[in-house]
Design a binder for this molecule. Structure first.
Ligand code: ADP
Length: 684
């Protein structure tokens, strides 16, 4: 009961103890999943941002390149213009050379040669298009040219005018700007060479192929006015834009490049996609792991419960359990076993023979028994008894039930033994045996007491005979003159012999009773049935003579000996014979015969039996008496003790036999009991 309560307490404690851990584990898992999701989102976002910044950087770089392209192109133009003026000093030669240059440069609209007062000395329009200043007179732009050339003269280098709109014949127009380059004529006077550029053409010619394909490139003024534009920024969700200063002498413009991209794409490139896929895989694995760990946790819990239950069971068992390996070493002991032998598990585990709880004098025998067991001999299923010594020195009787220990693979790994402490049982048995013996002894004494009267009656005869012989002898001696001396001697001799005979008879009678009371052979032995009958006959005859009963004994030929406690069985026979004779002691009982018979009985379970029967022709047993016949202290006789039959049955059953009674024909009762024929296996 106590152990059971303990087990429950432990279990509840364990559950209470585990709760916070379960919650904590749940939080940990949630945190882990949250972290992975956060990392995943951050990763995708960073990858998107990286991609966008890459696009932006490319655009910035392209814008820078475009600005550089335009700048270097304008530088080259300046050089070509210088070369034109250096090589062609006469206006007649200058004209065709200028036309030649205009043909090469689509973005040049017009080339002019102006003197120090900005008057036009020579001019050539681009042959590739209609003259640009057809609709608007050139003088309209005089102001811009003058400003540019004044700056050019001041800086002695090329200078650009601010841009201005030039309407065209087709109704459209274009933004243009002028480049003014100061030159020196042969006479050392300052003159100017002017190129009118179409901003749109500059872009188309020099950026269209390279940057205009994917972007929209425009030249804008610092105030945001768009002057020229090329390209198309295509389709896309997000517009990236970059702009750079196009700083020219006298003119500051901005070059803006705009590109539309598919950003933010969720998976901008393979790497991000790969990382994302891997992260998804990671999350999936995580989920699987969570599931698996939950399953494991459940299995673990079930296992722990099962283990706790098994442990509780083992701990609360009163049966000692011990496991040994194939070498005879102890591999497991339960608390009940430790309690039984008084040793701690640590003192027993791994212990080899001789075991500390073996009685020292039995070590040899137990070693032998162990060797037989280890050789593979299966022990008896019903177990066997043994004696152990408790650590405190007390002896304990144990019943050992052993079985091979078979593992899950069906292989024998050792021996498992269960121990039952039967010391108390043995003590009780011993007590009941001694009290039984005492009872039997008193019953025997009672029988003897009963027989004392018979004895006195029986002894009367020899004693009377002795007395009369003695008296006769004395008479002979007194009357010596009547007989001759020789005759007297003969008579005396006879009388004395008779006296001796009668004294011997009386002695025998007393001895037979003495023997019966004194003899107490504890052990069973092999006894012939005749010897048993002969032993009780003198006592039976005592009573028989008194009651005038004829005792007949009948024994089969070639009877087996019986395996019994001789004194006990003799007492049983005597009891039955006495009961039979007493039953015939009535006035209505004319035929007074007591038949004591011994014969072979039917054998069973490979055991042979001998049957004894005592039959009388007495009053018989009524049904009421029959019901209580074997009840101790039941008697119908005034001087009876009522112990005889109950003891008889106990004795016979202790021998493995059976006592029964039946009605006897024509009248009376027959009592039968069986005794075993000695078994060779038991006797040796
Ligand atoms: P006790 O002889 O001291 O009475 P027993 O146990 O031997 O005790 O017998 C119990 C009773 O059984 C007897 O009192 C008697 O009535 C009855 N009994 C025993 N044997 C016979 C028999 N052979 N015939 C009739 N009655 C018997």
């Amino acid at each position: 009961m106590n152990t059971h309560l303990n087990w429950w307490a432990q279990r509840t404690q364990r559950l209470i103890f585990l709760w916070p851990f379960r919650d904590r584990r749940l939080y940990l898992w949630a945190a882990l999943v949250g972290l992975v999701v956060a990392v995943l989102i951050t990763l995708v976002w960073l990858a998107g941002r990286y991609e966008a910044s890459q696009v932006q950087a490319t655009l910035e770089r392209d814008t820078g390149d475009a600005v550089n392209d335009i700048r270097s192109k304008l530088m080259r133009d300046v050089q070509e213009l210088q070369a034109l003026h250096a090589n062609f000093t006469s206006t007649s030669a200058w004209g065709p050379a200028a036309i030649g240059l205009l043909r090469e440069h689509r973005d040049w609209l017009r080339v002019e040669w102006r003197d120090a007062q900005w008057r036009e000395r020579a001019a050539a329009d681009s042959p590739l298009r209609a003259p640009s200043f057809f609709k608007t007179p050139r003088s309209n732009a005089q102001n811009e040219i003058v400003q540019a050339c004044q700056r050019a003269r001041r800086s002695s280098g090329p200078a650009y005018s601010s841009s201005y709109f030039l309407p065209q014949v087709d109704g459209l127009g274009m933004e243009v700007m002028d480049l003014c380059l100061p030159t020196v004529d042969t006479g050392g006077r300052v003159e100017f060479a002017v190129i009118t550029y179409s901003l749109q053409e500059i872009m188309t010619e020099h950026l269209g192929q390279t940057f205009g394909r994917r972007n929209e490139v425009s030249i804008i003024e610092p105030d945001g006015t768009r002057l020229a534009i090329i390209g198309n920024h295509g389709r896309g969700v997000r517009i990236f834009s970059a702009q750079q200063l196009l700083d020219l002498p006298g003119l500051t413009l901005l070059l803006r490049m705009e590109g539309r991209r598919g950003a933010p794409d969720l998976f901008p490139n393979v790497l991000t996609a790969l990382v994302t896929v891997m992260s998804i895989a990671l999350v999936s694995v995580l989920v699987l792991l969570v599931k698996d760990s939950r399953r494991r946790l459940k299995a673990e819990r079930d296992l722990a419960d099962a283990l706790a239950f098994r442990k509780a069971m083992e701990d609360s068992l009163v049966t000692g359990l011990r496991a040994r390996d194939l070498q005879g070493r102890i591999t497991y002991v339960n608390p009940a076993f430790c309690q039984m032998v008084g040793f701690e598990p640590a003192e027993l585990l791994g212990q080899k023979t001789p075991m500390p709880y073996w009685p020292p004098e039995m070590v040899g025998e137990y070693q032998q028994r162990l060797a037989i067991r280890l050789a593979g001999n299966t022990p008896p299923r019903e177990g066997y008894e043994s004696v152990f010594v408790h650590k405190d020195g007390t002896r304990i009787s144990v019943l050992i039930i052993e079985a091979p220990l078979i593992n899950v693979l069906g292989k024998q790994t050792g021996w498992m033994s269960a121990f039952l402490d039967i010391s108390e049982q043995r003590r009780v048995e011993e007590m009941s045996r001694t009290s039984q013996e005492r009872l039997q002894a008193s019953a025997r004494l009672a029988t003897v007491g009963e027989m004392a009267s018979l004895l006195s009656h029986e002894l009367n005869q020899p004693l009377a005979a002795i007395a009369s012989y003695a008296a006769g002898s004395l008479n002979l001696l007194r009357d010596q003159q009547v007989h001759t001396a020789a005759q007297t001697l003969v008579d005396l001799n006879l009388a004395l012999r008779r006296i001796a005979e009668q004294a011997g008879r009386a002695g025998k009678i007393i001895n037979s009773v003495h023997d019966f009371v004194r003899r107490r052979d504890q052990d069973r032995e092999s006894v012939g049935p005749k010897a048993l009958i002969d032993a009780i006959m003198p006592l039976v005859n005592l009573q028989a003579r008194k009651l005038q009963i004829k005792v007949i004994t009948k024994l089969d030929d070639k009877l087996h000996t019986v395996w019994c406690d001789r004194t006990m069985v003799e007492q049983v026979l005597l009891n039955l014979a006495r009961n039979g004779m007493q039953a015939m002691d009535g006035p209505d009982c004319a035929d007074r015969h007591l038949l004591i018979q011994v014969r072979r009985a039917a054998s069973n379970e490979n055991k042979q039996w001998v049957e004894f029967s005592v039959a009388d022709l007495g009053c018989g047993i009524s049904e009421e008496v029959a019901r209580q016949l074997f009840t101790p202290f039941f008697t119908t006789k005034p001087e009876g003790m009522g112990l005889g039959l109950s003891l008889c049955r106990t004795v016979i059953e202790q021998h493995g036999g059976h006592l029964a009674f039946d009605a006897h024909t024509p009248r009376g009762t027959v009592f039968r009991f069986t005794l075993p024929v000695p078994d060779l296996r038991e006797t040796h």
